[in-house]
Ligand binder design. Structure first.
Ligand code: NAD
Length: 268
């Protein structure tokens, strides 16, 4: 029997029909949680993840919602509570890029990225926190009244030319997460972030799909390999479990050393 620190807990993972979100949903289920698999458009992707979770003997439910829309987020939480009654773990994972040189960036590109990557976290966290406060601690499953894990990025600290909307959204996630953690710690709600480096998913396909692109990417990663969704899943399970009960307001960088200024290893 594998270690199941999340046994009996209910989790919601946004943007869980692909990439990191799918890996996180699977890791939470393997650790004992039942998981709501939120998706924006790929019902087939979400149903595949639901199938993999139920094959592990856990419950899973796919729910469609655009996290940047208050009405759709509200309907998703309503459906989740109707099915499962409560929530213990929220993983704010949904995110996207709309890249452009700054001089050509449109307000639409700016608003889209901020709306999903940052406002989406506000909307989902708001409803999760209301439920954590209503229910309080269920000591049978956790020492905390609730846990939120935000999917940030190394770009919460590394500036990124050609991606100012994305970097601004992740910089915003950093202080959203820390301010929420400060405000809600007295209610025994823990909020933390995971900041992935380069993880092999659809969002950054151009950076790994040819040998030339991969070799250029690897110059930025001291540990010498691209990350996988399961690398992130393991970090999220730890932050969601009581093994990290004294950890709040932190960003855990899971990046193979990308934030270690790798160019300085060759001089400076
Ligand atoms: P991905 O494109 O596979 O996953 C993003 C998911 O978000 C998709 O399933 C997509 O459908 C969903 N999504 C997009 N808009 C949505 C909306 N409005 N409502 C609900 N869901 C929506 O890419 P990924 O790499 O798995 O990205 C997941 C998260 O990890 C993102 O927040 C991303 O910024 C972050 N991240 C990824 C990397 C990486 O190297 N892959 C690095 C750092 C951070």
């Amino acid at each position: 029997m594998t270690y199941q620190p999340l046994k009996g807990q209910k989790a919601l993972v946004t943007g869980a029909s692909s990439g990191i979100g799918a890996g996180v949903a699977m890791a939470l289920a393997a650790a004992g949680a039942d998981v709501v698999v939120n998706y924006a458009s790929s019902a087939a992707g979400a149903e595949k993840v639901v199938g993999q979770i139920t094959a592990l003997g856990r419950k899973a439910l796919a729910i469609k919602a655009d996290v940047s829309r208050e009405d759709e987020v509200g309907a998703m939480f309503k459906q989740m509570f109707a099915a499962w009654g409560t929530l213990d773990i929220l993983v704010n994972n949904a995110g996207l890029q709309q890249d452009s040189a700054f001089v050509d960036m449109t307000l639409e590109q700016w608003n889209k990225v901020i709306g999903i990557n940052l406002t989406g976290m506000f909307l989902c966290s708001s409803l999760a926190v209301k439920e954590f406060i209503r229910r309080g601690i269920n000591a049978e499953v956790s020492r905390a009244a609730g846990k939120i894990i935000c999917m940030s990025s190394v770009h919460e600290v590394i500036p990124w030319a050609g991606h100012v909307n994305y970097a601004a959204s992740k910089g915003g996630v950093k202080l959203l997460m820390q301010s929420l953690a400060q405000e809600l710690a007295p209610q025994k709600i823990r909020i933390n972030s995971v900041a992935p480096g380069a993880i092999q998913t659809p969002i950054n396909r151009a950076a790994w799909e040819t040998p030339e692109a991969l070799s250029s990417l690897l110059t930025l990663i001291p540990y010498g390999r691209i990350g996988l969704p399961e690398d992130i899943g393991k970090a999220v399970v730890w932050l969601a479990s009581d093994d990290s009960d004294y950890v709040s307001g932190q960003t855990l960088f899971v990046d193979g050393g990308m934030t270690l200024y790798p160019e300085f290893a060759r001089g400076g």
